[in-house]
Design a protein around this ligand. Structure first.
Ligand SMILES: O=C[C@H](O)COP(=O)(O)O
Length: 250
């Protein structure tokens, strides 16, 4: 049985004061114990968040990392630094990283391996843009992204990984995928993992949907058999919305 995971990707929002405020509000809310809840603030707010989350069931994740432990990489943050702060998760290969910062599938693979080597769990993002979708390239593109991201991993690592299927056309647009369509692509991702690592492993991997998830549509995704949670952007910035998403069953 896979425990669903709902993660809030705050992107480039929330300085330290706003982080304090949002987390105080989230801590006051009752969170469903059936769901693993994670927040991913920007780097500069991670320390503050780590302190505030002590003793809570809310986990901490970062939004990116370099694959090296240390070195002359101006502006980068290493997996050791994230681990030291108290991160459990790290988002890797978000489409905004791929699109605006030139992250390639190869870099994603380096980062995924490095995350595991430093005891961090990667949340690996994959998904097609609108043009690729219109051209019928969704399956081939997602297949390629998943295979490359997981290349060289051990079975033990693969079963711990979290994958987020995020169709780029649904991110921040207010136009989410349909639950059934997202489920179909996520099933494809599970089948790819089954082909490369075996069915048992594939059944353990948690695969989220991301893209304009809101309190009003979370149920549609969570009811799908292959979808194990959500990666939430905009709606994770308000406690009342994120709380409603996590407690969608109430
Ligand atoms: O990482 C989160 C995704 O990019 C989704 O963002 P969104 O919920 O604002 O569409």
């Amino acid at each position: 049985m896979r425990k669903p995971i709902i993660a809030g990707n705050w992107k480039m929002h929330k300085g330290i004061e706003e982080t304090r405020q949002l987390l105080r509000e989230l801590k006051d809310m009752e969170m469903s114990p059936e769901i693993e809840v994670v927040v991913c603030p920007p780097f500069t707010s991670l320390s503050e968040a780590a302190e505030l989350l002590v003793g809570t069931a809310i986990g901490l994740g970062a939004q990116n990392m370099h694959w090296e432990r240390s070195g002359a990489y101006t502006g980068e943050v290493s997996p050791c630094m994230l681990k030291e702060i108290g991160c459990k998760y790290v988002i890797i290969g978000h489409s905004e990283r791929r699109q605006y910062f030139g992250e390639t599938d190869e870099m994603v693979n380096f980062k995924v391996k490095s995350a595991f080597n430093h005891d961090l769990i990667p949340i690996v993002c994959v998904g097609e843009n609108l043009e690729q979708r219109k051209n019928g390239e969704t399956k081939s593109l997602v297949t390629n992204q998943v295979k490359k991201a997981l290349e060289g991993l051990t079975e033990k690592q693969v079963e711990r990984i979290v994958i987020a299927y995020e169709p780029i056309w649904a991110i921040g647009t207010g136009v989410s995928a349909k639950g059934e369509d997202a489920n179909e692509v996520i099933k494809l991702i599970r089948d790819i993992i089954a082909g490369d690592f075996g069915k048992d492993i594939s059944q353990k991997v948690r695969i989220q949907y991301g893209g304009s998830v809101k309190p009003g549509n979370i149920k549609e995704f969570m009811e799908q058999p292959e979808i194990d949670g959500a990666l939430v952007g905009g709606a994770s910035l308000k406690a009342v919305d994120f709380g409603a998403i996590v407690n969608y069953k109430k």
